[in-house]
Design a protein around this ligand. Structure first.
Ligand SMILES: [Zn+2]
Length: 428
């Protein structure tokens, strides 16, 4: 099947960051032509004056928590954790499925085509992901056996999940680690070796709070980033979420490892954990920076447009320097940077011939995006755009939403389960 999206402004995010006017042609899974016109197609999408850009990549998420919105707000971190753990321990497969589907629906409407998820029971979430058509890098949460509520050894569970889900169309399995506070050296070494030998992404929470850093330093004499660096478990397939309380020395260790970070500005600010991720230093020292929303208990959405803008504002405001994290860098983090962090750098994140057709169409008639010219387009996407501007979403050639109608999910059914799930889990 050949699809042509006609006469759009194409924000390619290619090496030159070119913006061109013309058609994008998709054949099957992949993009076959960018910026030309007149190529015949089986399916036509008229996008005269609309923006076509790469689908957004959310690199830190717990999609199944989407039904927990507004249940644990306005609490400081220890009280927040206590409440979340209580709710989470009560969840069954049907609750996880309802939560994942709600999160996926919100992602489609907000223009996200790939996300990295860190959770247990990824086999349940995988079914929802595959049906939704959004690509999920599903990383099974591993922690020391003494801390887990999973039945069996978490690393064995992770391995089993990865091996049994390695040939799905939209599910890409990966390795997750909860964090240094529940994962000892052996768990890190085992997870890291498996991640390297299997070529899978390894994602983990790192230095989200000052308390976590202090506690680790008390136990080991080292800060978490230095400790992981000294064990040799960091590698280019690693993706560290938060990374808010890092020293320059730790940033250099992450850079030397050639790894990625997923910064989560809204979650960090909402939980008032204080640290601001040293993004300019990460960029300077070769860390690949991407953006994550974190779960909906701490954000409370999976809106990557809001996340891009908030990240820019936070960095500028905290540095007293409006030149840090310019609009183009923020868009890079949410597209090509995210693709690299998700282990898919050569395959998605930009609109180029041969890449997977992961793209979204934004409404060029929306007043918040006008005046719209090539000169201000990136700035408008980052600082003026929002999720409601997304009209059409395609992931790997599959049309998930067209002209604001969601095609891959039964929207009414997904929404109807949301309140029931919330009341069951959160109202006690
Ligand atoms: Zn998280």
């Amino acid at each position: 099947m050949r699809t042509a999206i006609r006469d759009a402004w194409i924000v390619t995010q290619d090496a030159d960051r070119s913006i061109v006017r013309g058609d994008v042609v998709i054949d099957g899974d992949v993009i076959v032509s960018v910026g030309g016109s007149g190529v015949e197609a089986d399916r036509e999408i008229q996008a005269g004056g609309d923006i076509v850009m790469p689908g957004l990549v959310n690199t830190h998420c717990h999609a199944a928590m989407s039904v927990m919105k507004g249940s644990v707000d306005d609490l400081n971190f220890p009280q927040f954790l206590e409440n979340v753990f209580r709710i989470d321990s009560d969840r069954n497969d049907a609750d996880l499925d309802a939560g994942a589907r709600l999160g996926l629906l919100e992602m489609i409407r907000g223009g996200t085509t790939t996300f990295v998820d860190l959770y247990y029971s990824q086999d349940v979430i995988a079914k929802a992901v595959e049906e939704s058509g959004v690509r999920g890098i599903l990383c099974w949460a591993v922690l020391d056996e003494e801390f887990t509520t999973q039945s069996g050894n978490p690393m064995d569970n992770c391995r089993r999940f990865c091996e049994s889900h390695s040939s799905m169309r939209k599910v890409v399995p990966g390795v997750g680690l909860q964090g240094v506070y529940v994962c000892g050296p052996e768990t890190w070494e085992e997870a890291s070796s498996y991640s390297i030998e299997s070529g899978r992404v390894m994602t983990f929470h790192l230095s989200e709070t000052r308390g976590e850093v202090n506690e680790h330093q008390r136990k080991t004499g080292m800060r978490p980033g230095d400790w992981l660096g000294s064990m040799g478990v960091l590698h280019p397939g690693c993706l560290a979420a938060h990374s808010a309380w890092l020293t320059l020395n730790e940033v250099r260790a992450l850079g030397r490892a050639g790894m990625s970070v997923s910064t989560c500005p809204v979650s960090n600010m909402k939980l008032a954990t204080g640290g601001v991720a040293p993004i300019p230093e990460m960029m300077e020292h070769g860390v690949n920076v991407s953006i994550g929303t974190d779960g909906s208990a701490t954000n409370n959405s999976v809106d990557m447009f809001a996340e891009m803008k908030t990240l820019g504002l936070l960095q500028k405001s905290s540095r007293w320097d409006a030149t840090v994290t310019p609009a183009q860098s923020l868009l890079d983090m949410a597209t090509i940077g995210g693709a690299k962090a998700a282990g898919m750098g050569g395959r998605t994140g930009s609109i180029e011939k041969g890449k997977l057709a992961d793209l979204i169409v934004l409404d060029g008639k929306a007043p918040n995006l006008r005046p719209l010219l090539p000169q201000n387009m990136v700035s408008n996407i980052v600082y003026s755009g929002n999720a409601l501007n997304v009209k059409t979403v395609m992931c790997q050639g599959d049309l998930l939403m067209h002209d604001r109608e969601v095609l891959s999910m039964d929207e009414a059914q997904v929404l109807s389960k949301a309140e029931d799930a919330w009341l069951k889990l959160c109202s006690r």
